[in-house]
Ligand binder design. Structure first.
Ligand code: IPE
Ligand code: IPE
Ligand code: MG
Length: 259
């Protein structure tokens, strides 16, 4: 992509894990897909689907809060979505700006901290200013962390992290032997988040589309045909139920895993 990563948000320690024995996922990551098809099926322009998609994102945020999910990460715009028609990209940029303007007070009310991953600079100065302000204003909120992936790609994330580590080696701030899974993981844009426990993709496609490639290594995957604007409480409960029934083994045998 040839652009340098923006300064990373909060390089603090990852919260200490254990997800073991938890029936509710601590971190849910979502590919919000199917807005265009939802609109087209109703004879509307694709952008109407994106508009409805924002409402679904708001609804899911509140459902997650109620369910006790601590981290929600939403894929809103991929590094490949620039290939879409310019009018759609322009609309999505405007929708991003208006959503940031409208949602900030709701985030504050609900004590939600806003985090952004991805290189959001190409969305322009206005978006950049709003993002900076929203992140600052919500920084001390502790009820939940809502991460929005904007101009994000898993390969971009890994490439940026590798470059950052290589630079640190060149500048002799570290040596190659210091690099392990933990340093790489913490250098990613998600360095301050635990790995997702549950991944949800709406819209019927069974693929990751370059979302959190490293972070999803041991995440439980849930795919639904439901289009994003239709995704509601019932679908979310289905995903949570499916998650509860999974046995996370991390390479062990079923007998070794007791919870
Ligand atoms: C997801 O819905 C939103 C974005 C990628 C911005 P789509 O716009 O991909 O909807 P479909 O997949 O074309 O229906
Ligand atoms: C993935 O959806 C990206 C987002 C939801 C932001 P896409 O619609 O871009 O994925 P593909 O092109 O079908 O793989
Ligand atoms: Mg799509």
């Amino acid at each position: 992509m040839g652009v340098k990563a923006p300064p990373r948000f909060d390089r603090g320690e990852k919260p200490s894990d254990p997800t073991k024995g938890r029936l509710v996922p601590r971190h849910v990551a979502v590919v919000m897909d199917g807005n265009g098809r939802w609109a087209q099926a109703r004879g509307k322009a694709r952008i109407q689907g994106h508009r409805r998609g924002v409402e679904t994102a708001r609804r899911l945020t509140s459902l997650c809060g109620r369910a006790g999910v601590e981290y929600l990460t939403l894929f809103a715009f991929s590094s490949e979505n620039w290939k879409r028609p310019p009018e759609e990209v322009r609309f999505l940029t405007r929708l991003l700006i208006s959503s940031l303007e409208n949602e900030i007070s709701r985030l504050q009310e609900n004590q939600i901290r806003l985090n952004i991953i991805g290189d959001f600079r190409p969305f322009g100065n206005k978006a950049e200013e709003l993002i900076t302000r929203a992140r600052e204003q919500t920084f001390s909120n502790t009820a939940m962390t809502l991460t929005i992936a904007l101009n994000y790609g898993g390969r971009w994330d890994l490439t940026e992290a590798v470059r950052e580590l290589a630079t640190a080696c060149e500048e002799r701030r570290m040596t190659a032997s210091d690099i392990d899974e933990s340093t790489l993981s913490q250098t990613l844009s998600t360095g301050n988040l635990p790995d997702p426990d549950l991944f949800i993709r709406t819209g019927g496609e069974i693929r990751l589309s370059n979302f959190l490639l490293w972070q999803l290594a041991y995440t439980e995957l849930f795919f639904t045909d439901s289009l994003w604007p239709d995704f509601g409480e019932k679908h979310f409960e289905q995903a949570l139920d499916a998650y509860k029934r999974r046995q996370r083994r991390y390479g062990q045998t079923g007998d070794q895993v007791t919870t």
